[in-house]
Design a protein around this ligand. Structure first.
Ligand SMILES: *Cc1c(COP(=O)(O)O)cnc(C)c1O
Length: 352
């Protein structure tokens, strides 16, 4: 018997005609965009987007701007996941952890996706790529943290996902498993107690989910997060800063507060990557720093993600903040308070 989430997924819009009709778009330009960057929207998120206006629909509806000159001149793989890929679908960029793509499908195709060049096109996950990835991890004792992504790992069948988790858990040097997924916000029907119970067999297992706007937090997504949190799975969110969608303090404050209420801890706020086809979503780099600073004055640190930028040419993730530390001379540092006041602080000399 097909379950609800699979029916929803099977009924996803993937045809330019349907998407043009649903959102009243120009058919010719929609076809042109979809040829380069395929569209996919499942009926749950379609309805949510239609009910909530541009903040959601702009994330998933093809836009002719994706083919504009500023977009075609951008690199396709800006953060160079491929250059650090010893086996297909696995990136080993940081010493102690790997990014491992174990699924090639998503509940929706985000128009700003970092892997826009691949998802719905060239990304292929097979039993072989999964086996090779697991072999690689087994052969590298320094890997203590495995971040599963895709595509969306939670779109695998329970038994398939369980098999992969089982194999990874048998590797004794792997301490932490993480799952990156947009399912709780975009296809929450996928999450049920059976899935949560299965995942909880592999603790410590963390879920990084992905919410960009408060309107994504519907009763269904709250329920999905509750089921996962009740299974003892620590939840966090990786939000992407998107021009005209969430790049203002009110939206982010509402989002981060709502996430905390669902026991989802804001983890990263990402500068939108320099990805071909999504340049129009990018904000000036200071914007993210200013937004976090502004939020800090009105909300708890619990609600604040780190603002991070993934540098081009595979130079890695860097966390940016306004930098409150200056040299104060003579064993002192100058620290700037939230109010902008500079305060001297005695700085212990390094020992030894
Ligand atoms: C982001 C990322 C990770 C995980 O980074 P954390 O800062 O530990 O969350 C691991 N590998 C790659 C390639 C990444 O891009």
């Amino acid at each position: 018997m097909a379950t609800t989430w699979k029916l929803l997924l099977n009924e996803s819009i993937t045809d330019p005609d349907d998407i043009a009709r649903a959102f009243g778009l120009d058919l010719e330009s929609t076809k042109r965009v979809c040829k380069v960057y395929p569209v996919k929207i499942n009926p749950y998120f379609l309805k949510l987007a239609q009910d909530n206006g541009k903040a959601l629909s702009r994330q998933i509806v093809p836009d002719i701007d994706e083919l504009s000159p500023r977009n075609t001149s951008c690199p396709q793989d800006p953060i160079m996941e491929e250059a650090y890929s010893p086996v297909a679908n696995l990136t080993h960029r940081y010493h102690d952890r790997v990014l491992f793509l174990i699924s090639d499908t998503c509940p929706v195709h985000c128009r700003f996706c970092t892997r826009k060049r691949k998802v719905g096109k060239g990304l292929t996950v097979t039993d072989d790529t999964i086996r090779e990835g697991i072999e690689y991890i087994r052969g590298k004792p320094e890997i203590r943290d495995v971040l599963l992504s895709g595509g969306d790992p939670l779109l695998l069948e329970d038994n398939k996902l369980e098999g992969i988790l089982d194999s990874i858990r048998q590797i004794t040097h792997v301490e932490v498993i993480r799952v990156g997924t947009r399912v709780p916000g975009t296809l929450p029907q996928r999450v049920d107690e059976k899935l949560a119970r299965m995942l909880s067999r592999f603790h410590p297992l963390y879920i990084h989910t992905h919410f960009n706007h408060p309107a994504e937090i519907a009763p269904e997504s709250s329920k999905a997060c509750r089921i996962l949190a009740d299974a003892g799975i620590p939840l966090s969110s990786q939000t992407v800063l998107l021009a005209g969608i969430n790049d203002d303090t009110d939206t982010l404050e509402a989002l981060f507060r709502s996430l905390l209420s669902m026991r989802v801890r804001p983890y990263y706020l990402f500068q939108s990557d320099m990805v071909r086809g999504s340049e129009h979503f990018r904000t000036p780099i200071e914007r993210g720093i200013q937004l976090i600073d502004a939020l800090r004055s009105c909300t708890s640190e619990m609600a604040l993600p780190k603002f991070a930028v993934d540098l081009p040419e595979g130079k890695g993730k860097v966390v940016l903040d306004s930098g409150h530390l200056e040299d104060g001379g003579k064993g002192e540092v100058m620290i700037t308070t939230l109010e902008g006041e500079k305060v001297k602080y005695p700085n212990p000399a390094p020992s030894g």
